[in-house]
Design a protein around this ligand. Structure first.
Ligand code: AQP
Length: 343
């Protein structure tokens, strides 16, 4: 089976964008691919964060994966920091990553501008190298990525090629290795259309954990009345009827897309159903659809979080499995970079 690796950061609460853009697709992928889904806690510390909350947020995010349907009989679920190989490989990759590549990253430029100079740790700059390590460590074939992560995946691919060229093949063989490529060059697994969920208060920005207003997102664990209130107050417009794909009506397109994704209907069906609806009616329909879709997830989440021993076991099994898969890549890269072998 081809291998897929992905993760979500335990920063803030998981929202509808993370779910529709990532976790919901993971559940489909686990039937076809060998899948590894991690909670990206090491990535979560690249911007100022709240240390006393990190452990709990990590557990909660793991529980959300399971509640959304990630099945540990098919997928490995683990905490990134529990598999030390991620950090080791990152350092080994860092020495061959030109800082110019990192300075070019749009996300680095944007996040550092927002955070202010004094808050930018070196980890924000090296974040894409850790992401490359997450992927290359497992010789992943595919990485499900949204548009926002395409540039980082491209850097991962360039880095894999560079490492293969610098240290792989005959050079590796001379050092006692098997030769050939050290790293598989991963491909992007393009997300299904419509999976970019936009903010409820601005149809041109993506729904995001770090947006200051909670009114801009639906969190997966929001209770019914909170969802109803957020939808009631979300940004709309005045033209009659509702339609997809009108660039003048980004909020309308976003809310219809959300409706389509949570009801599982086709775009044509939704377009037909909503073409003559007014906002008042649609908001009630959308709220019901969201509440109904999220209720079973929220119920499962409550069961999982109430049983810490079960969750601990899953995370421990997942980390053991991942560490085993990671070991051979790590051994190979230490050897190819000329390190003295541990006896
Ligand atoms: N709005 C979104 N629509 C679709 N997919 C989204 N993702 C995030 N926002 C949307 C996808 O969720 C996965 C995990 O994201 P992450 O936790 O690594 O961080 P992120 O991409 O930075 O997500 P956030 O929630 O928006 O956090 P901040 O506010 O920190 O930027 C990824 O697959 C991502 O594509």
């Amino acid at each position: 089976k081809k291998r897929v690796v992905s993760g979500v950061q335990p920063t803030g609460s998981v929202h509808l964008g993370n779910y529709l853009g990532a976790i919901k697709n993971w559940v489909l992928l686990q039937d076809t691919y060998e899948t590894l889904y991690f909670i990206a806690d090491l990535h979560a510390i690249t911007l100022p964060y709240d240390a006393p909350q990190l452990a709990e947020a990590t557990r909660n995010t793991a529980a959300i994966y399971l509640a959304c349907g990630v099945d540990t009989s098919k997928a490995s679920v683990f905490v990134q920091s529990h598999v030390h190989a991620h950090l080791e490989l990152m350092w080994l990759l860092c020495s061959d990553t030109p800082t110019g590549w990192l300075n070019r990253m749009i996300q680095f430029k944007e996040k550092s501008r927002k955070a202010g100079d004094e808050n930018i740790g070196a980890a924000l700059l090296t974040y894409p190298v850790l992401m490359a390590a997450d992927i290359l460590l497992y010789q992943s074939d595919f990485v499900p990525v949204g548009e926002d992560q395409m540039q980082h995946l491209e850097l991962t691919r360039e880095l894999a090629e560079k490492m293969n060229q610098l240290y792989g093949g005959r050079k590796w063989k001379k050092l006692g290795g098997k030769g050939g490529a050290l790293f598989k060059v991963p491909e992007a697994l393009i997300q299904p259309a419509g999976a970019r969920v936009m903010s409820l208060t601005d149809g041109l920005s993506k729904m995001s954990k770090s947006a200051p207003s909670d009114m801009s997102r639906i969190n997966l664990l929001d209770p019914k009345d909170v969802i109803a209130n957020k939808i009631k107050r979300c940004k709309t417009d005045s033209p009659p009827g509702l339609e997809f794909d009108n660039p003048e009506r980004p909020e309308c397109n976003n809310l219809l897309s959300i409706y389509q994704l949570v009801t599982g209907r086709t775009k044509e069906e939704v377009a037909l159903e909503c073409q003559n609806m007014n906002w008042g009616t649609f908001k009630i329909v959308l709220t019901d659809a969201l509440v109904n879709h999220l209720r079973p997830i929220q119920n499962r989440y409550e069961e999982i979080i109430a049983d810490p021993a079960y969750l601990d076991q899953i995370l421990s099994d997942g980390a053991a499995k991942a560490a085993e898969l990671a070991e051979s890549t790590l051994t190979n890269i230490y050897q190819a970079k000329g390190f003295l072998r541990r006896s």
